[in-house]
Design a protein around this ligand. Structure first.
Ligand code: VG1
Ligand code: CO
Length: 543
């Protein structure tokens, strides 16, 4: 098998976003497109020789082809060993787990997460480092720089290998191990949680439904809930990963996981419902007739952490992304532990986790996790909720309502305007940015603005600075209104508007969030001039 040096030219659009490079499948299928980006990743890891790489994806269309391409290129680029999940499958949390368990140098995850899959939809690729977490900006910037000057890539002149049988073989000088993508992850979950207590819960009258949305968590959820914890067959629905996710968006929210939400709000609802996304790092938690806001989920889990064996000693601290509601901060203050505010994207939690500053962290975008790995973890969050339910004997609605009574309710909603013309997105952000200096001191939406800025983050561990992380308006009563452009979309620009305010009065904690936040919502629409600029009267997605 000869190493081939293939000449190529740079593509202008390989800048990694919030979570790696995401593009339409058709873009990835252009000759040399995937190869250029993979070579740019490898070039950004000069000490890769002889090291181990973990490789897998969420099974979406183009996953299998990409695995073969990356294996050939890894062999030609001096990697010592690549560990691939059987069938080319691995959830994002499982890759993080296996990187850490096998002391690998890094991992490549093939996924566009919650974006739709199939020949006309999205594909993506992200690189994780030796701590198991998403590459920090320092590395993604190096990858981007490499992609802009690339002249050629190395690959092996070899046929496709069999990725469907467990075992080890050589590809050129590189070892390839095909392994069960589920086993090591499930063992980690069994070490964190009290599986006996969960078994008792799930084998009693308690009913749950987990919707894998035909994405990667199906095999993991079958193994954990039905096999290991003994929940009745049928607890996991849509559990077979499909290359197009059955035509849906593998996005666990009330819009895209509608059948699950309908079930939980029906007469014969289960007690508990949950879903995850394409690559298994997100979670949505539902109770009977009850939706748990992801920001609340982080706060509730932080308040009940000692119900879980791995966190019995308490939490070191918690972190949330900037647009996530301040509910977790309030819990941290009550617990007397530190809390941190980071930019959007899991990579910003990595240093805090590595330095032992925090144990739990989360994002409003249905992401929750802990220091067990360096990615958000959908099934971990589901097991954590089941643990709190088993420990307290309370329903989801009771747990959350009591939490609000104790800590106050952070009303919260995010409005997304998807697929705007890219220039319009920029124009809206620029026009609000221009107003930032004059906003403090004004009274808008019946509230006094005390601060308005473009969020800049200085990492407390390595002092790296990240700018332009979202425009935020802070009000005297603690309310917030935040504007950001998405870094994961593949069509035009997506504008996200985040609205939040704290209601301490238990008598007023049972309103519909859209109504409770209506004046902030109106203000957000006015400041963006959404309707006059785009003709859009309503957001694409409300969560
Ligand atoms: C979105 C979410 C962000 C999350 C990111 C990756 O990013 O808002 O909180 O970390 O997706 O999630 P953006 O830039 O589109 O707002 V995943 O499940 O795609 O790894
Ligand atoms: Co995801």
């Amino acid at each position: 098998m000869a190493v081939l040096q293939i000449a190529t030219q740079p593509f202008a659009d390989q800048r990694p976003g919030t979570s790696g490079l995401r593009k339409k499948v058709k873009v990835f299928q252009q000759p040399h497109y995937l190869e250029n980006f993979v070579q740019s990743i490898f070039s950004a890891i000069p000490d890769r020789a002889g090291q181990t790489l973990i490789l897998g994806g969420d099974g979406r269309f183009y996953n299998r082809e990409a695995i073969q391409t990356i294996l050939r290129m890894a062999a030609a680029n001096g990697w010592g060993k690549v560990i691939v999940g059987r069938g080319g499958l691995f959830s994002t949390p499982a890759v993080s787990t296996v990187i850490r368990a096998r002391s690998a140098h890094g991992g490549i995850i093939l996924s566009a997460s919650h974006n739709a899959g199939g020949p006309d939809h999205d594909f993506g690729i992200k690189y994780n480092t030796a701590n198991g977490g998403p590459a920090p900006e320092k590395i993604t910037d190096t990858i981007w720089a490499a992609s802009k000057t690339i002249q050629g890539y190395q690959t092996l002149d070899s046929a496709d290998v069999d990725i469907d049988q467990d075992g080890e073989f050589l590809l050129g000088d590189m070892r390839v191990e095909i392994c069960d993508p589920v086993a090591e992850y499930v063992e980690l979950m069994a070490r964190i949680f009290d599986f006996d207590a969960l078994r008792q819960l799930l084998q009693g009258p308690f009913r749950m439904r987990f919707d894998a949305l035909h994405a990667i968590t199906g095999p993991y959820a079958h193994e954990i809930f039905e096999k290991r914890l003994g929940a009745p067959a049928g607890t996991v629905v849509n559990g077979v990963p499909l290359t197009d996710f059955g035509g849906g968006h593998p996005d666990p929210n009330l819009v895209y996981a509608r059948p699950l939400a309908d079930h939980l709000f029906a007469e014969d609802a289960s007690d508990f419902g949950a879903a995850s996304d394409g690559d298994g790092d997100r979670n949505m938690i539902l109770g009977r007739q009850f939706f748990v806001t992801p920001s609340d989920s982080l706060a509730v889990l932080a308040a009940h952490a000692t119900a879980i064996p791995a966190y019995r000693q308490g939490l070191k601290g918690v972190a949330r992304s900037m647009p996530t509601s301040q509910a977790a901060d309030v819990v941290a203050e009550a617990l007397g532990i530190a809390h941190y505010e980071t930019p959007t994207g899991w990579k910003f939690f990595g240093n805090l986790l590595d330095a032992g500053k925090i144990t739990f962290c989360g994002e409003e975008s249905f992401g929750t996790g802990s220091d067990h790995i360096r990615e958000k973890d959908g099934l971990w969050a589901v097991l954590a909720w089941l643990s709190v339910i088993a420990h307290t004997g309370q329903s989801v609605a009771e747990i959350v309502t009591r939490h609000w009574q104790r800590f106050g309710r952070h009303y919260y909603t995010r409005h997304d305007y998807e697929a705007l013309p890219a220039e319009t997105g920029e124009q809206i952000m620029q026009s609000i940015t221009a107003q930032l200096p004059v906003l403090p001191g004004q009274t808008l939406a019946g509230r006094d603005i005390i601060m308005a800025d473009d969020f800049t983050y200085t990492d407390p561990i390595d002092s790296s600075v990240s700018t332009h992380q979202g425009l935020r308006l802070l009000f005297a009563d603690g309310a917030r209104l935040i504007f950001r452009l998405s870094g994961t979309g593949t069509e035009g620009a997506t504008l996200r508007i985040y609205h939040e305010y704290l209601e301490q009065d238990a008598q007023r904690q049972q309103q519909d969030p859209q109504r409770a936040l209506s004046d902030l919502i109106r203000l957000g629409r006015d400041l963006t001039r959404m309707e006059s600029l785009t003709g859009r009267k309503t957001p694409t997605v409300i969560t």
